[in-house]
Design a protein around this ligand. Structure first.
Ligand SMILES: O=C[C@H](O)[C@H](O)[C@H](O)COP(=O)(O)O
Length: 337
């Protein structure tokens, strides 16, 4: 089925041992799609062809598709409810049956995107789809949900990427990288025909840096971090900080093996994020900047009162009723593709 011609590793969902019957604790919730993925032979060399399902299942417990646990909506905090509603509204508006390759972002809002994709009507098309992650967390989400895992080297063109954001301005420019995933996230945003943001209403802002005070996340080659740090100070960055690990002595290391510098810039810089992005990106040693300018087509913001606002790149703004989509989430349960 792959238009790229590559045939990725068959999903673990094809292993019957990993799919207990309906009476088990892994029984699926309403909306579950039990169809298996089908894979056609590409005729081209398959670098993963020698890996059998059996050997794949021995990789470790972390990769077994255990399904996603849906927390009943009533048990969520107002903030989590808002994220869920934004994610559901975005998936319903932008994922179409003919979309075959979906980019899955990172952060605490994105699990609700995957949750929605595993419900009716979307799940019907999932067996013929590939899901491309932006990092370790979203890869685990995809695998646990039993969805077909792909990568951007197989699918350099993605139909829709849906991702969270740390802050979004008036023109849908965004700060991203609070979870250190900015490099892969930007590759998947750029590869996507439609790049959509999902967030709670605290991220909805006029000027970047108004609510997100941590600074612009910048992924740097480890050996160059001190040089970039000094360059940023010379550029006028008020407070560069090498992001440090928690429960780890030393800096955060990204999924790509790099460091992250968080750089706070004054409002005058943040009012022109495209120019700031350009200047930072030109510093040798910088791999990617967590400023996403002119990329998002639409952004969905869930509010604690249960409303969702969609903002479009052309400035349009509309209210979306997402509460009506909560039938499966109201009950909670276990969900897998
Ligand atoms: O690196 C992480 C990403 O850019 C996230 O998408 C961003 O931090 C938003 O995450 P959350 O949805 O948890 O606020």
């Amino acid at each position: 089925m792959s238009s790229s011609g590559l045939q990725p590793l068959a999903p673990l969902s094809e292993n019957p041992k990993l799919h207990p019957g309906p009476g088990s604790s892994n029984a699926t919730a309403p909306g579950h799609n039990s169809r298996r993925a089908s894979h056609s032979s590409s005729g081209r060399p398959d670098p993963l062809g020698s890996i059998s399902h059996a050997s794949a299942s021995r990789i470790g417990p972390g990769v077994i598709p255990t399904g996603l646990r849906i927390v009943p909506h009533g048990e969520l905090t107002a903030e989590e409810k808002a994220k869920r509603l934004a994610a559901y509204a975005a998936v319903d508006a932008h994922v179409k049956e003919h979309h075959k390759v979906l980019g899955i972002g990172s952060g605490s809002t994105v699990p609700y995107v995957v949750e929605r994709l595993c419900q009716e009507p979307h799940c019907k098309a999932n067996s013929d789809r590939w899901f491309v992650p932006t990092g370790f967390q979203s890869k685990e989400l995809i695998v646990k949900a039993g969805l077909n895992l792909g990568d951007v080297d197989q699918f350099p063109t993605i139909d829709v990427t849906i991702d969270g954001a740390d802050e979004v301005d008036d023109e849908l420019n965004a700060i991203k990288g609070g979870g250190a995933c900015q490099l892969r996230e930007k590759v998947l945003a750029e590869a996507a025909t439609h790049f959509i943001i999902v967030a709670d209403s605290r991220k909805d802002s006029k000027v970047l840096g108004t609510n997100w005070k941590q600074g612009v996340p910048i992924e740097v080659a480890p050996f160059a971090w001190a040089k970039v740090f000094v360059n940023l100070q010379k550029m006028g960055c008020e407070k560069p900080t090498l992001r440090m690990g928690k429960m780890k002595a030393g800096p955060v290391v990204t999924d790509n093996g790099n460091f992250v510098i968080d750089a706070v810039f004054s409002e005058s810089y943040m009012r022109d994020p495209a120019e700031l992005l350009h200047r930072i990106k030109m510093l040798t040693g910088v791999l990617e900047v967590g400023l996403f300018t002119g990329m998002a087509e639409a952004a969905y913001f869930g509010a604690p009162d249960g409303t969702v606002t969609c903002r479009w790149q052309d400035g349009r703004r509309e209210k979306v009723d997402a509460v009506a989509r909560l039938d499966v989430a109201e009950k909670g349960g276990q969900l897998s593709n």
